[in-house]
Design a protein around this ligand. Structure first.
Ligand SMILES: Cc1cc2nc3c(=O)[nH]c(=O)nc-3n(C[C@H](O)[C@H](O)[C@H](O)COP(=O)(O)OP(=O)(O)OC[C@H]3O[C@@H](n4cnc5c(N)ncnc54)[C@H](O)[C@@H]3O)c2cc1C
Length: 417
């Protein structure tokens, strides 16, 4: 594999950049693999990477129905943080955050992880109580989070309007300094490149249409639009389509699929130094390295598999943002889009074995799974390789919705980003 270094960049620059080779191999499916991962988003590609890197499996296929990382991975607003309320969640997200901190070196690929801090704005007395509870719970679990007065929040993020006379006044904020953003495509490309280099086959334009099982019910492979592929282990990381794929094996998942929209402004000079989230107005903002303001809205309330949503949702978000950050009134919005989010009733994910031997699922990340990408991939690979969960993902089963051991981040976090 080509290594990226100052030396290789200089050498390629002198050769007019004609010497770069493709970053991953384009292959046709083989008849059989040791493991098949359904879904070529960040989670699926990362799972294949860790299976090869840490568990010694090399005969692996990632099967993607469209193009690599064209799903939510390419559509999200890339907020990364670990300040979730419950111990189970914060352990999971912190595991991911620690992997983010060294991911560029690990993959020899600049994923542009930027720990610029994430401010979560409190607008009501209830917000203040909830966020302070988060701060205390996070600190008890060894995760950085701190409370800020409105003046301290403004000093950290000068464009904020902290006037008490606006519809959503800033009553304070919690700040996780180690939180931030990363470049979504780079994460997928970095995992794909490193996995491909270890022999993983990445097969695009190949939709899984069925799951094969033997008479005892064990998984024996998948049917795809490019023919059948045999394997005794199939891991599904299909985000909004997870219920559709698991339904092929007769498993019903407790998922509701909603569109989630985002939009970007025209690019401007650096003006917004951190990530700002407001659960009350369902808005989150950061400035990309290109200069665009990246803005996320709340989920559309109806169930849909379309990658777009109603205009009133981003319109509401923009109205509230313009009050919170008045400078934004002069910005023109360039484009908007939507993704398909897979939401569980408790807004926590499922990373687990299923009742079908050889079939595993990593889904339910809803509106907030980008931040988990390396952590979820790492733990899902463990679960597939050992046929048992890692202690960190052990609580994140499908059975919790039957047994009642819910990890309710919905009530605590409102917007689970
Ligand atoms: C607008 C928006 C904003 C978001 N903002 C954030 C954020 O700020 N922070 C955060 O942490 N998270 C955020 N998220 C959520 C995050 O994007 C997702 O949770 C995460 O990217 C999921 O990654 P994935 O690899 O599981 O899914 P995806 O990237 O969606 O990959 C799943 C893949 O499976 C493929 N697939 C589906 N069915 C089949 C089949 N039958 N056969 C083969 N392939 C199939 C799909 O084509 C897709 O490429 C946001 C999401 C959206 C839509």
């Amino acid at each position: 594999m080509q290594k990226f270094s100052a030396f290789s960049l200089a050498r390629q620059a002198l050769g007019r950049h004609l010497g770069w080779t493709p970053q991953w191999r384009s292959v046709a499916p083989k008849p059989s693999y040791d493991a098949i991962i359904v879904g070529g988003g960040g989670h699926g590609l990362g799972t294949a990477y860790y299976l090869a890197k840490q568990h010694g499996l090399r005969n692996i296929a990632v099967v993607e129905k469209g193009w690599l990382a064209g799903g939510n991975t390419a559509r999200n607003t890339t907020i990364i943080r670990s300040n979730y309320l419950f111990e189970q969640s914060s352990s999971y997200y912190e595991h991911a955050l620690k992997l983010w901190e060294t991911l560029s070196e690990e993959l020899n690929y600049n994923v542009m992880f930027s720990q610029r801090g994430c401010l979560m704005i409190a607008h009501t007395v209830h917000d203040v109580q909830v966020f302070k509870r988060h701060v205390y719970a996070n600190r008890l679990n060894g995760i950085d989070n701190e409370w800020m007065t409105p003046e301290e929040a403004k000093a950290f993020c000068p464009p904020l309007n902290i006037s008490p006379n606006i519809r959503y006044p800033v009553l304070g904020a919690s700040l996780q300094r180690r939180a931030g953003t990363a470049r979504h495509d780079a994460v997928a490309w970095g995992f794909a490149r490193a996995a491909s280099d270890m022999g993983v086959d990445i097969i695009e334009n190949c939709e899984v249409t069925g799951i094969d099982r033997d008479a005892a019910g064990n998984v024996t492979g998948v049917q795809t639009t490019r023919g059948p592929i045999r394997s005794k282990k199939v891991g599904v990381s299909a985000a909004g389509h997870s219920s559709v794929v698991l339904g092929m094996a007769g498993i019903r998942l407790p998922l509701q699929v909603n569109p989630l929209q985002a939009l970007v402004s025209e690019p401007v000079k650096p003006a917004f130094p951190c990530v700002v989230m407001s659960n009350t107005i369902h808005a989150y903002i950061s400035q990309s390295d290109k200069g665009e303001m990246v803005i996320g809205a709340g989920t559309d309330s109806y169930v849909s598999y379309t990658q777009r949503g109603g205009m009133h949702v981003p319109a509401h978000t923009l109205e509230a943002i313009c009050e919170l950050v008045p400078d934004f009134r002069r910005l023109r919005m360039l484009r908007s889009w939507g993704g398909i989010t897979d939401n569980t009733p408790d807004r926590s994910p499922i990373t687990a074995k299923t009742s079908v031997p050889g079939l595993y699922v990593n889904c339910g990340w809803g509106t907030g799974g980008f931040k988990a990408t390396p952590g979820a991939a790492n733990l899902f690979a463990w679960t597939i390789a050992r046929d048992e969960p890692h202690p960190i993902n052990a609580p994140f089963t499908i059975e919790r919705f039957r047994d009642g051991a819910l990890i309710d981040e919905a009530a605590a976090a409102a917007v689970a980003h």
